[in-house]
Design a binder for this molecule. Structure first.
Ligand code: AMP
Length: 397
């Protein structure tokens, strides 16, 4: 069942969205990307002549209502984005939610209060899920960011709808479609660019991708564990001492699968982890004691550029350095620009994982890559080859 072919006329669509957006102290939304991402789904429902009942988690309340985690803070902004007044229920189940859902007219939208005000949400409680399900006549999951959680509103609720009455929203559809394109039908050469702080977070994704890849480019703090494992001197750079053997194993696995592995030949090094630190350039395998690699260097950038520009499929997860600090952003910025250039030349590029998405946005390049995933943990797990419960609940029915 595809949302593009579905007719919501006369239906009450219970829509799981991810409205877990950042707020400032005045309860203003500082980044509304997640809200904008689900507008097409809501608009499709209302334009078809259906009504939408929106449910989401918000923050990490400790098992009961807390004003700072109330979704009511989003109402004004949401109304202005949708161009219509929204209704609000002070609870996601119970009499008020029931009455307001029942009274919804075609074209109207109701926002339910934070699902995580009930501990049953994260427990995936069936009784709670059934109460949510009773509010709608069709279930739409458009919350890719929480698809890796078997929570009541993301997964269990789907059990109460038959196959003709549960479907993905447009965002979820696009996420799954683009991820599948990379995982199952990547054009070659296929290059993965993996960065970020720790190799331990990225082992599973690397292992799952190896049989499919032509090139694996490593950057960020995790590169130094590989460099040390190969006998390099890395000074004070980030290292996971207990992962040295694993790094060696991954190098062997790359060879076995015929994957070309690229580690940064040089680094921007600093005398402390600080935006104002003194900096210098060094070969990555001979970093002086007291210094640490905080970005890939110009030689590495030039090498990586060549590989990226020759690729037809590019998956990027994790920054090349401490891009939050200006002195160490050049590597990440150059790679972002190169991915954009490769995309312009016809490559398919998918960017995913919180920090690489933050980087691509920071450099204003989000429109110049093929797809930017909204799901951090969910995207990682999908690329690790796991079947996400929120996806399974709809797909396998
Ligand atoms: P991750 O969440 O694992 O993708 O890691 C992202 C974080 O890694 C960012 O906050 C970066 O500042 C940090 N990072 C990237 N490169 C380095 C490095 N060479 N040393 C220390 N931290 C790094």
């Amino acid at each position: 069942m595809k949302i593009s072919n579905y007719n919501f006329s006369g239906k009450k669509a219970l829509v799981r969205v991810d409205f877990n957006v950042p707020l400032n102290d005045a309860f203003e939304i500082t980044d509304d990307t997640r809200i904008r991402a689900v507008l097409p789904t809501i608009e499709k429902i209302t334009k078809d002549g259906g009504s939408a009942i929106l449910m989401s988690h918000f923050g990490r309340p400790k098992g009961g209502p807390e004003d700072k985690y109330s979704l009511k803070h989003l109402l004004k902004h949401l109304s202005s984005l949708l161009g219509q007044e929204l209704q609000f229920a002070n609870d996601c189940i119970g009499e008020e939610a029931k009455a307001k859902s029942a009274a919804l007219k075609p074209g109207e939208v109701l926002l339910l209060e934070n699902t995580r005000f009930y501990k049953e949400e994260e427990k995936g409680d069936k009784v709670f899920a059934k109460k949510l399900a009773a509010l709608g006549t069709v279930y739409v999951n458009d919350a890719f960011g929480t698809a890796h959680r078997a929570h009541a509103s993301t997964t269990i609720v789907a059990d109460f709808f038959d196959a003709d009455h549960k479907l993905f929203g447009y965002l979820m559809d696009a996420e799954v479609e683009n991820a599948d394109k990379v995982l199952n039908s990547a054009e070659h050469p296929f290059t993965a660019i993996i960065g970020g702080a720790k190799v331990s977070d990225k082992i599973l994704i690397i292992e799952n991708l190896l049989p499919k890849l032509d090139n694996l480019i490593i950057g960020g703090g995790m590169a130094y564990t590989f460099i040390k494992a190969a006998g390099g001197e890395i000074g004070n750079s980030l290292v996971e001492a207990e992962k040295l053997d694993l790094a060696k194993e991954l190098v062997e696995k790359c060879k076995k699968h015929g994957v070309e592995l690229y580690l940064p030949s040089d680094s921007v090094v600093a005398d402390k982890f600080d935006a104002q630190a003194n900096t210098a350039l060094s070969n990555s395998d001979s970093i002086e004691a007291g210094w640490m690699g905080l970005d890939i260097g110009p030689k590495a950038i030039a090498e990586y550029k060549k590989v990226i520009l020759a690729s037809k499929t590019i998956l990027w997860n994790g920054p090349m350095g401490v891009f939050e600090m200006e002195k160490f952003q050049e590597g990440t910025k150059s790679i972002a620009l190169t991915v954009a250039e490769a995309t312009k030349n016809g490559a398919f590029s998918l960017i995913g994982g919180g920090d690489s998405v933050a980087a691509i946005n920071k450099f204003g390049l989000d429109e110049q890559v093929s797809f930017v995933s909204t799901g951090g943990g969910a995207m990682l797990e999908y690329f690790e080859g796991k079947e996400l419960p929120g996806i399974k609940a709809i797909r396998n029915s």
